[in-house]
Write a protein that binds this ligand. Structure first.
Ligand SMILES: *Cc1c(COP(=O)(O)O)cnc(C)c1O
Length: 437
């Protein structure tokens, strides 16, 4: 009983509605208090498309692209690994961004969206000969070269007389973002890029500059992901700018990595603020090259919520309450992979105080299949209710799997009250399509 009392005290202190700023830009409350995203009633979306479902606020996505383009023009490149489907590639291109791909598969999807190859940038630390050949064949705009082996492969593929591809060299500046801080690491322990401190970067520059198979146009670095402090990027720019200054190359790309708020209490800079800081830093260092950015998460994460149906509620007296939904680590592996936190809301009463805490788990055959460790919800939540997790627009759908032969959820773009199904739910037929029996 003492424990029960403790729980009640704790719950009262925690009782808050979902922080509204974590929801997509165009979120509102419907007549009955239900969450509406992009003019679409989330309860109706769940009924029409089933659950789990990824619901994106299309205007939110477009707005973030516009912020990036406003700050960096054509040098704003969307990192497709955060979230990619044909509709997304098209949207990003319509808004004027270029697109980063890191595999032949991402390249195929972006090409299927009719993005002109010159607006595509090929990344990857181990591009296969085949991926390079495909990229050269269609004529991608830039290749970001990561290793000497890759230079070998390109030299092998680009026959004399052919147009050499424009390349940037990915550099490891010897500094990286760790736990929201920018620290200088003694050595460059990374699988990516050419290390500046060991002289490999200089060797790579010399070799690329002398090679007839590539046209060296710039340098690139990416310090990490989910970085909250924008001054971290300014520091990286300083280091990379100092290295690049004597080379006098026209382009310098500082990567992606801008953090976003996932849970109550977190605050993140906007893409516009990031842009202002980077431009100021570039000015201060005297960088004359055009600065490029590659945001992924900051474009897509907060644009989406995932809706689930509650299937089981298990109260363990004095221990905790488990709330099992119809998705899990297959649609959002981030909690399992990184211990990432999320918030929860009850779709039919989205602004209600959340006076109960439950461990929100999925339907996979693993105890570790957790979506939200301490999910706050109104205690009226019942089996059959639709609950949601906000800020699931990045690295959820794209990192999803078919674990347990679960069908990957559909993706719906909502705008001005129109719900557009852009990725349908998988079928058992999809699961068997590549299985030759
Ligand atoms: C992952 C990645 C990005 C995007 O990172 P976000 O944290 O999603 O903004 C950009 N550039 C490179 C090279 C990356 O690997």
């Amino acid at each position: 009983m003492a424990r029960r009392h403790f729980d009640r005290v704790r719950i009262t202190r925690l009782m808050t509605p979902i922080p509204w700023h974590l929801l997509p830009d165009n979120s509102s409350l419907g007549a009955n208090g239900q969450l509406v995203v992009g003019g679409c009633d989330t309860l109706e979306l769940a009924a029409e498309f089933g659950t789990p479902v990824f619901v994106y606020d299309e205007e939110h996505l477009r707005n973030r692209c516009r912020q990036a383009v406003q700050a960096f023009g054509r040098n704003a490149t969307y990192a497709t690994k955060a979230f990619l489907c044909v509709a997304m590639a098209r949207l990003v291109h319509e808004e004027g961004m270029r697109l980063d791909v890191a595999t032949g598969g991402e390249l195929a999807v972006v090409l299927a969206a009719d993005v002109p190859p010159e607006d595509i940038v090929l990344h990857g630390n181990n591009k296969s000969r085949r991926e390079l050949a495909e990229a050269l064949e269609v004529g991608v705009g830039r290749i970001v070269v990561d290793s000497f082996e890759e230079l070998d492969r390109i030299e092998d593929l680009v026959t004399s007389g052919a147009n050499p591809p424009k390349v940037l060299l990915r550099l490891t500046p010897g500094v990286k973002a760790v736990t929201h801080e920018f620290i200088a690491t003694g050595q460059d322990d990374s699988k990516f890029g050419f290390t500046v401190s060991s002289g490999l970067a200089t060797q790579a520059v010399d070799r690329a500059a002398a090679s007839g198979a590539v046209e060296l146009v710039g340098v690139h670095c990416h310090i990490g992901s989910q970085v909250f402090r924008v001054d971290s990027f300014a520091r990286a720019l300083e280091v990379i700018g100092r290295f690049a200054a004597p080379l006098d190359l026209p382009e310098l790309v500082i990567g992606g990595g801008l953090g976003v708020a996932y849970v109550e209490g977190e605050e993140a800079a906007s893409i516009s603020q990031w842009g202002t800081t980077l431009k100021q830093a570039a000015n201060d260092v005297g960088i004359s090259a055009a600065i490029g950015i590659e945001p992924g998460r900051s474009i897509t994460a907060a644009a989406a919520v995932t809706l689930y149906e509650v299937g089981v509620i298990k109260h363990l007296d004095g221990i905790r309450t488990y709330l099992a939904v119809d998705g899990g680590m297959s649609d959002n592996p981030r909690p399992v992979l990184y211990g990432s936190g999320y918030e929860t809301f009850l779709a039919r009463e989205a602004a209600a105080d959340r006076d109960m805490v439950a461990k929100v788990v999925g339907k996979h055959c693993e105890s570790g299949d957790v979506l939200v460790n301490e999910g706050k919800l109104p205690s009226t939540v019942a089996v059959g209710d639709i609950i949601g997790t906000p800020v699931t627009g990045a690295y959820g759908h794209s990192m999803g799997s078919n674990y347990n032969k679960v069908l990957r959820p559909p993706v719906v773009f909502c705008r001005d009250g129109d719900a557009r199904l852009v990725v349908r739910r998988e079928t058992y037929g999809d699961l068997l399509a590549s299985d030759l029996g």
